[in-house]
Structures are given as structure tokens and as C-alpha cells.
Design a protein around this ligand. Sequence first.
Ligand code: CTP
Length: 394
Amino acid sequence: MDRDILLILKDMSEKIGVNAYIVGGYVRDKLLNLESDDIDITVEGDGIKFAFMLNEILNGDIEVHDKFETAKIKTRDFELDIVSARKEHYERPGMLPVVQRASLADDIKRRDFTINMLALDVKTNQIIDIYNGADDIKNKLIRVVHDKSFVDDPTRIFRAIRYSGRLGFKIEQHTEWLLRKSISDGDIFNVSADRIMNEIYLILKEKNPEPIVKLMKYYQLDKELFCGIKINTTNLNTSLEKGNTLLYRFLLLFYNATNEDADCLIRKYNLKREYLSGLSDILNIKMNMSNLNENVSIFNTLKDKRIEAISAVHAMEDLNIKQAIEKYYDLAKLKRLEINGDDIKRLGLQPSPIYKEILDKILMDKILGKIKDREDEIKTLLHYVEKVKRGEKI
Ligand code: CTP
């Protein structure tokens, strides 16, 4: 498959007479014998025209950003990002750069680390390695090529530790000195909250975020960024079969947050609704931890909580709590009653909030083992409906 795409790119660049190069992560990963389905292509010339012609053959979904002269093609097997070769300058540290068209050499120079600065000429299949990136890959080193790299784009601090944790590479000595300086100078505060949170999500989406989060802690990146929360570095490589793994890992990362910390995090990073409710579910479960000792209170404490929050508590707490949660999962299997509102309606009650009250009560009886099957449910339902009709409390 890779060979096919390489041949298509070669044909295309010969046909329209432009130089095109595969750059960045794809080339790095090839040298490391790692699979990669993200291909970044830099075209010396009109990248968008190239992208449209390429997509006539690939027949994928194409998305174009005229303003940035970039295009994305998604096919079944690959995601291709195509750009016109560019140079960039930063008018202010931490802001997005101003770009203009340029040669491959300029385009390479603007990039973060030497391991991402290799280019593959699609016409000749030759690797162009201006900054000795191949040596750094061999020696497992992450290295910047100019001293302003982290100042211009402080998100590269996160990128450096992401590559270091993912690939097991060391941050080269001078680069590490620059990185530490950038952290202690607070360059990261020039970056918007959205971009910072995006880097955190990228870390948590990695196959194994744990070594990366440990590096975050090692370089004390968490200290100022996360409202003083002591981030957790354990259990982060686990995934959820059901539920949203990214949210689950986020909740693990901030497992130690207090109410005030969570409020601060929410305000600072404008978090999505499910992140808010996940954080508040964890705080609520922690507050009621001493109730997790018998069926009804276990069920009542956990019944409306997000699966991601319950799973995070399960991962982090001791055996007693783990067992209580497992009990809850058993109980929750009973959670579905076989009867519903239609059955109540048939018995002649007008729809009202009393329906929920009745069904909740029957559910609780089922959890307590007083009720087993549909027949029992109907019998109990009749009993409650009669009471309501008589004007009695159920
Ligand atoms: N890049 C950069 N500075 C950034 C972001 C990206 O220099 N802040 C450059 C890097 O050279 C990188 C390329 O843009 O190789 C593409 O970025 P991205 O897709 O994020 O990285 P990949 O190299 O594809 O690596 P990954 O495996 O993490 O996706």
C-alpha cells in the first residue's frame, strides 16, 4: 500500500513538473520501522493544485484551507496533509506564525526537531537530511536546530516530551537546557489555554501516555499550569472498552483535584460539558466513599455517574472500593426493568413525575432481590398504582 502511494506521488510530481516531498513523522517512523498512516507532503509550488490532482486519483475526501495553503485528503488507508513549502516567522512568541511560500530548505528549517526534519523526494526516492536527523534517530536524540525554537513555539515543550516518552529518546543536552529555560521563563503562558489543552489531549491519546506524563512532572510543567493540582502519573496506559478513553485518562490525570481545583481548571481551560460532569462525579463519589458498603447505597451513589468517572475511581482506589464498584456493575445489570411507562398508563394513571418514582421504587426492590421477573414487577406495580389511586404515599 505504501508503495502504491509513493508511485502515485512520483507520477504526479513528474506529470505536473513540481518537486514534492514527504516530510516529518512519516519519514521518521519509516526509519524506525514503525507504521504510520499520516503522510505530510510539502510541495515546492502550488500545494492546493497538487492536492486536487492527487485526489482525482486517490478519490478520498478533500478539505482545503485556502488561507493557509493547506489541504487534507482522507482515504481509507491514509490521511495526507499537503502544504506549499513555506517559511515562517513569529511576530510574537507563542502566537501562530506568519507564513510565506519558500523552498524545501526553508520549510525544513522551520520545523521543531531534527528527527522531524527529514524529507523524502518522491521523484528520486532519496532522503534529504540537511540537519543530520538520521543520526539523531539512530542515537535516539531529540534536538532543536536553533535556540529560539521553544520560545517561538512553546507547545514544542510538550512535543519534545511526547516524542521522548513515546520513542524512548533522550532530549539532547543543549536542547534540554533550552527546554528547562523556556519552562522556567514561563514561555508557555504566551500560548492560549486551548492550545495547551490540545497538547494535553494529544499526550493522553498516545498509546502509552504514562512515561510522557511522568516527564511532565519531572520537568515540573504541571506546577503552574494546572491550578496547583498534583497530577497523577499512574494507570494512564489503561483504556476503556466501553466509554471514552480520553475522558477517562483525563479524569485519572486530575484525580487529585479538590472542588476548588476543579473549578479553577474548568474556568481556565473552558472544558467541555462531559469533562465537567466527569470531574464532579469523581468528587461526588469520593465524598460518599464511606457509603460504598451495602447494595442500596452503592447503587444510589453510583447510579447516575459517568462510566469514565466510576472506572477512574476503580483504577485508583483500594480493594474494598474496587469490590464495591464491581458489585455495582452486577447490580446495574439488573438496572433494566422489564416494565415501563406504558404498563403504568394501561393501569389508568395519567403521565406525571409519579411514573419515575414508581419505576425507581420497583427497581430498588429488584436490586434488593425482592423482585425477580416481569410477573413480580407487574404485581408490585399494581400494588403501587392502587396506592397512588387511593391518594396514599408509595
Ligand atoms: N511541527 C513543528 N512545530 C509544531 C508542530 C508541528 O515544527 N508545533 C512540524 C514537525 O516537523 C512535524 C510536522 O510539523 O513533523 C507535522 O506535525 P504533526 O503532524 O503534529 O507531527 P508528526 O511529525 O506527524 O508526528 P506525530 O507522530 O506526533 O503525529
